[in-house]
Design a protein around this ligand. Structure first.
Ligand code: DOR
Ligand code: ZN
Length: 430
């Protein structure tokens, strides 16, 4: 089937493209990019006034299936992804059962094929049950399609265990993606240690609890040569560690979430909003400024959501009892457009690098670009659409966003995966 996408402003820094043009797609791939293209037969879409970019990839998403389908499942989570403008997500393995063997990997692939509204890249656990004690079946998982390894939600406490994980992963050319948390320092920490923990009377989660494990894992990256991708980085000093590792030439990358960029510990009011309870915690305003600078200077490679859906009954509890996490798939692009691109802090090209190009590169995925021969995975957004974040508009089963009520400008309207529309004019295609 042929598809003609007309008159969008097409932006792809990989091929130096930024102009209004037509994109002709046939059998899931780009045939031609140019002006006044013709097509004998097929579907035409007029995208005047909109921007078309290589399909966005969120490399840190909790789809919760199997085991926690009351929070989210692969059908609802991938719909939320498409609704937010994503063509692919990387699913985290902290499900029940944990994805720590090949059967789990095959299950996610099969469900994604059946009900998915975007591509699902599978990550496997580093250790069995995320317990940090016994190596997961990494080789088998890789043979069945796992593209990365992570115990997300937990730090791997034992340095020798993390070294073995990296010794294995490097053989498969797969990145290890640590959630850096030293339990001996973090303990039962609820919010950033310092002003917030004192003001709220809650146990502190110190910056050092994150930074120490980042420093350790960079040392293990140096020792093993394994690609290391630091998940959800949150502090200025952690960024300095990554910056130095990159200068040294180590294969280290990192990611940041919109909530750590645009919210701080100061937003946690004395109403104890559990939607702002996330792990790692919201840090200081100075940290947030450093994170933005790190995104601008390239120390931070990728923007991810850490989409972490929870039910209302889990979140509507005392702060200490509520689970960590907030959803993000349906607000991420709009937040980045509103708070970074419109403000002139980054341009569209940098946004595409951080939300499409780098995630694919880190996860070893084929390049997607607006050029003949590429797979036709595209995100189209209206840069002028204004909207207010409201729970009832989410496709996610969950409502635990920290951005409810925010007024944003810019919104995904159309999404194509392999040349097929998953969203058209803001509506999910069934
Ligand atoms: O806030 C978080 N929620 N951070 C994590 O690392 C895990 C996640 C979850 O699974 O809910
Ligand atoms: Zn995590």
């Amino acid at each position: 089937m042929a598809l003609m996408l007309r008159n969008a402003r097409c932006i792809d820094p990989q091929v130096g493209l930024d102009e209004v043009c037509d994109v002709l797609v046939r059998d899931g791939r780009v045939v031609e990019v140019g002006h006044d293209l013709t097509m004998p037969k097929g579907v035409e879409r007029d995208l005047s006034g909109k921007i078309l970019v290589p399909g966005l990839v969120d490399m840190h998403v909790h789809l919760r299936e199997p085991g926690f389908e009351q929070k989210e499942d692969i059908a609802s989570g991938t719909r939320a992804a498409a609704h937010g403008g994503f063509t692919a997500v990387c699913a985290m393995p902290n499900t029940d059962p944990v994805i720590d063997n090949a059967v789990g990997v095959e299950y996610i692939k099969a469900r994604a094929n059946e009900v998915g509204k975007c591509r699902v890249i599978v990550s496997g656990a580093c250790t069995k049950g995320l317990k940090g004690e016994i190596l997961a079946e990494m080789g088998d998982m890789h043979a069945h399609g796992a593209k990365a390894f992570t115990d997300d939600g937990h730090g791997v406490q034992d340095a020798g265990m993390m070294r073995r994980v990296m010794d294995y992963a490097v053989q498969f050319g797969c990145p290890v993606m640590p959630h850096c948390q030293d339990n001996s320092l973090v303990g039962d920490g609820q919010v950033n240690e310092g002003v917030a923990s004192t003001r709220l009377g809650l146990a502190g989660w110190p910056a050092e609890g994150e930074e120490l494990e980042i420093a350790r894992d960079i040392a293990l990256c140096r020792l093993t040569g394994c690609p290391l991708h630091i998940q959800h980085i949150t502090t200025a000093r952690a960024l300095d560690l990554v910056r130095a590792a990159k200068e040294e030439g180590l294969p280290v990358t990192c990611e940041v979430t919109p909530h750590h960029l645009f919210l701080t510990e100061d937003d946690i009011t004395d109403e104890y909003p559990t939607s702002l309870k996330v792990n790692p915690p919201l840090r200081t305003a100075d940290d947030a400024v450093a994170l933005v600078a790190g995104l601008v200077d390239g120390t931070i490679d990728a923007i991810v959501t850490d989409h972490a859906p929870h039910t209302d009954w889990e979140k509507d509890r005392e702060f200490e009892l509520a689970p960590f996490g907030m959803i993000g798939l349906e607000t991420s692009l709009s937040l980045v457009l509103t708070k970074l691109v419109r403000e002139g802090i980054i341009d569209y090209a940098r946004m595409v690098e951080a939300m499409a190009v780098a995630p694919r590169r880190i996860l070893g995925q084929d390049v997607v670009s607006i050029a003949a021969g590429s797979v036709a995975d595209f995100t189209v957004f209206d840069p002028e659409a204004t909207w207010t974040v409201a729970r009832e508009d989410f496709c996610s089963k969950a409502g635990n966003s920290g951005f409810i009520g925010w007024e944003l400008t810019g919104k995904a309207t159309d999404v194509y995966v392999g040349g097929y529309a998953t969203m058209e004019e803001g509506n999910i295609v069934e």
